[in-house]
Write a protein that binds this ligand. Structure first.
Ligand code: ZN
Length: 506
């Protein structure tokens, strides 16, 4: 409450909306836990309430005394702290908090009687309460943007969910990090037939197909890419609506697996010793990398120097020094992965330099009520326009590498909602996910030498610009692994030619 108040005018319509959404979420979680426990046995309720109250007291004390936010990393600290450290944090003030709770518990046990009820009745009440809480959250959807932007803070402040959920998240992360991914079978290579190869895989962020003029959007958001030859453009289906899961789909070989079981593409290629793999990211969420060359935001920004690179805090820094990396590649085969910040919301206007603000007025706040739908779409479209520029720059750079065959593959991690049906941003649960969050652009550009070498195998990719007709049934992120492997000439029992876009005949 204090946090919301400090960051928002509580009396504004948005402030009220945010408070209602937070209340809705709190009630929802509370009902689910208590209702669930009540269904098992009414006797569980009192001890559970007391336990929660004691934990809340300690958490509240820590938050107020040390200004800590009980988010995932903080719970990691708490779990890993030894006794000496935790005793050092103790202060008599904590006793006051605990005494208040103890007194309240005594009252609860002695004077509050929980009426026994039939299980059916309890279940009915639970369903009703959950529906009401959901309605409260849904009716205030305009406040979601704010809640989403501040989710990390709120998630760390909302008691008792901050420490329980975040402790569970931390432990779960620990578990998945320690899970050993299975190695894929050893790679062999097709005989080299001429020039060395560089494949650049660009992973977009929140770019949805619907707003690409290459894919039929009436606004010209891809003026530069539209002029490029040897472009293959398609609308594909994202496997999820959030980054971490989609990254697994993009980088794994098995389209049917519901979670990651085997090593990912860049690690597989690197382990073979035959491919130089470079990873450059202005974003997060990929599975664990086992690579020698990984560059992130700050390192890339440091490489970004004028006149070639003008905006160190934008995606163009992913291209800084890349020309040299390719011309001095250590291996005949090279894979470069560029993970964009792309169009991540809600502050779309911060994802492009001012000169790309072509669609005006562009929303410059996360308070929807202040800018309205058109301004929101304008800001989003400007970010796509900047991605168009970014990809065009990259293609220009690859085109100059005449001593190598080069390929660029662009795929977004997921789409984005811009208010359609009351949805914003992304991350909707699979069952409810609207198409805007799932339809993504899938673009391929090939250099003349690459296209030529492949011409006999695939007419579509060599045939020039524009959308190819008769798109295959299910184009998706699971094509990436096999397409990259195929483009590099890798041979493996797990390679599937029917998933390789360079092999697909149409
Ligand atoms: Zn994402």
């Amino acid at each position: 409450m204090k946090y919301v108040n400090a960051n928002l005018t509580i009396h504004s319509a948005l402030g009220v909306g945010v408070m209602l959404v937070l209340l809705g979420i709190s009630f929802l979680l509370m009902w689910l836990v208590l209702g669930g426990a009540g269904l098992v046995s009414s006797r569980l309720l009192k001890p559970l309430l007391v336990l929660m109250a004691f934990c809340n007291a300690v958490a509240l004390y820590a938050m107020q005394t040390y200004q800590v936010i009980l988010d995932k990393s903080m719970m990691g600290n708490v779990i890993n702290t030894d006794r000496g450290e935790s005793m050092a944090l103790f202060h008599p003030k904590l006793l006051v908090y605990l005494l208040v709770v103890a007194a309240a518990s005594v009252v609860l046990f002695r004077y509050v009687r929980i009426e026994p009820q039939s299980r059916l009745k309890k279940f009915g009440h639970l369903v009703l309460a959950v529906l009401l809480s959901l309605a409260l959250v849904y009716l205030n959807s305009s406040a979601w943007l704010w809640v989403d932007k501040h989710a990390k803070m709120i998630g760390g402040l909302l008691l008792p969910w901050s420490y329980t959920v975040n402790a569970a998240r931390y432990l779960n992360d620990q578990k998945s990090a320690s899970l050993q991914l299975l190695p894929l079978p050893e790679l062999s290579w097709a005989l080299a037939d001429g020039l060395p190869v560089t494949v650049v895989l660009v992973i977009g962020e929140s770019a949805r197909a619907q707003n690409f003029s290459l894919l039929g959007y009436t606004r010209q958001t891809n003026p530069l890419l539209e002029k490029r030859d040897r472009m293959w453009v398609q609308t594909a289906q994202a496997c999820s609506t959030y980054t971490t899961r989609s990254m697994e789909c993009i980088l794994s070989h098995d389209p049917s697996a519901s979670r990651l079981t085997h090593e990912i593409l860049p690690n597989y290629l690197h382990r073979s010793g035959q491919v130089q793999v470079l990873w450059r990211a202005r974003n997060w969420g990929e599975p664990k990398l086992q690579l020698d060359h990984v560059l992130r935001g700050k390192q890339l920004a440091a490489l970004c120097v004028a006149p070639d690179c003008k905006h160190p805090d934008q995606d163009e820094s992913l291209l800084a020094g890349l020309q040299t990396e390719i011309s001095q590649a250590s291996h005949d085969k090279q894979l470069i992965v560029l993970h964009q910040a792309g169009s991540h919301g809600p502050a779309y206007n911060q994802k492009y330099p001012p000169e790309f603000s072509r669609f005006e007025p562009a929303c410059d706040t996360v308070d929807l009520k202040k800018c309205g739908r058109q301004a929101l779409v304008n800001a989003y479209d400007n970010s796509i326009l900047y991605t168009d520029h970014f990809l065009d720059q990259l293609i220009g750079l690859l085109e100059r590498q005449t001593q190598r065959r080069t390929v660029m593959i662009f795929v977004s991690d997921h789409g984005e909602s811009l208010g359609e049906g009351g949805w914003y941003l992304h991350g909707a649960p699979d069952m409810l996910a609207p198409q805007e969050q799932l339809k993504i652009p899938f673009l391929v550009w090939t250099s003349p030498s690459f296209a030529q070498a492949r011409a006999s195998k695939s007419a579509a990719l060599a045939s020039g610009t524009g959308q190819s007709s008769g798109s295959p049934a299910a184009l998706g992120q699971h094509q990436i692994f096999h397409s990259v492997l195929g483009a590099l000439g890798g041979q493996s029992p797990i390679y599937r030619a029917e998933l390789d876009v360079f092999q697909m005949s149409r």
